[in-house]
Design a protein around this ligand. Structure first.
Ligand code: ZN
Length: 63
């Protein structure tokens, strides 16, 4: 009876649930701007703010 209790506690149920999150994040880190068709990185808030302006030009990423 004691053996059964120990086995139940040694199962790691959390690890499997965490596996999927990096791939899921990667798909949502960027999007195509509908105004200037440039790729916007959501991790860079300067790009996000720029592409929220109506009628803007593509952001100059080289500068
Ligand atoms: Zn844009």
């Amino acid at each position: 009876m004691l053996d059964q209790a120990v086995k139940a506690y040694s199962r790691p149920p959390v690890i499997a649930a965490r596996r999927g999150s990096p791939a899921l994040r990667q798909c949502c880190d960027s999007y195509i701007c509908p105004v200037c068709t440039q790729v916007v990185e959501l991790t860079d808030y300067r790009q996000v703010l720029w592409h929220q302006q109506p009628g803007h030009q593509p952001m100059d990423l080289e500068a």
